[in-house]
Design a protein around this ligand. Structure first.
Ligand SMILES: O=C(O)[C@H](O)[C@@H](O)[C@H](O)[C@H](O)COP(=O)(O)O
Length: 229
């Protein structure tokens, strides 16, 4: 794991966007296509805007989410809406979006259809960008959920999850899918996230803080990207 600190979020957003765009451009050059998996939440919003202006061949890029809340796109909680409105814009409007939310009423009836959607993505994921919650969750691998053991050990591509400390059913990529990436970034902003990161690094119980399963492995390179404000 590498820790990269930026002086502030505008420095982080500009440099991180350049780095991600470079990795996607390399993948396009070597494989003819690239896959980018992003997270929702509030942290990535200004970064998405910076990345959407990167000068790469976005028509060769497929984008999806590491996790989605099972809500309609009209909801403020929709990560799909966040990505469509903030990332798949400007130059990046030519990218293809692979839906993680399908028409089923419950995420628990939708694993098969979401897996089918994800089959159109080229694995390994070229760039995976994760966030982290104050409880140490990442994607929707929530320590509080009944599905946490499965999320950390299942061979499935994605898993329906019901957190007990956060609203909405979720669909999450499993740990196995998340680690099937060429490069992982954990994107954090603020002192409170740094406190949670330090706590995660100081322990080993992955069920207590699922982000540890990303930070404390050495099969996939991980950069933690952080700015205090
Ligand atoms: O849909 C989600 O909620 C996420 O993908 C989740 O894993 C998020 O990245 C963290 O909860 C951090 O969220 P913030 O950026 O809002 O702190």
């Amino acid at each position: 794991m590498q820790f990269v600190e930026y002086s502030d979020t505008s420095d982080l957003n500009a440099q991180f966007a350049q780095r991600v765009a470079g990795l996607l451009a390399n993948a396009i050059e070597t494989k003819g296509q690239a896959s980018l998996v992003v997270s929702g939440g509030r942290t990535p919003l200004p970064f998405f805007k910076a990345l959407s202006n990167a000068d790469i061949d976005w028509s060769k890029v497929a984008i999806t989410l590491a996790d989605e809340r099972w809500v309609e796109q009209s909801s403020d909680a929709s990560n799909t809406a966040l990505v469509l409105q903030n990332l798949i814009q400007n130059k990046a409007s030519k990218a293809t979006f692979v839906e993680l939310k399908t028409s089923e009423d419950s995420a628990f009836g939708a694993e098969a259809s979401v897996s089918a959607n994800l089959n159109s993505l080229s694995f390994p994921i070229d760039v995976l960008i994760l966030g982290m919650g104050e409880d140490g969750h990442t994607a929707s691998l929530f320590p509080c959920s009944e599905q946490i053991d499965q999320g950390l050990s299942s061979d499935k591509v994605c898993l329906a999850v019901q957190p007990t400390t956060a609203p909405h059913e979720r669909m999450s990529l499993t740990l196995k899918s998340l680690l099937n990436s060429e490069q992982i970034f954990v994107h954090l902003v603020g002192e409170s996230k740094k406190v949670v990161l330090d706590k995660a690094l100081a322990g080993d119980d992955v069920k207590e803080m699922p982000i540890r399963a990303i930070l404390k492995q050495d099969s996939t390179p991980v950069d933690v990207i952080w700015a205090a404000k």
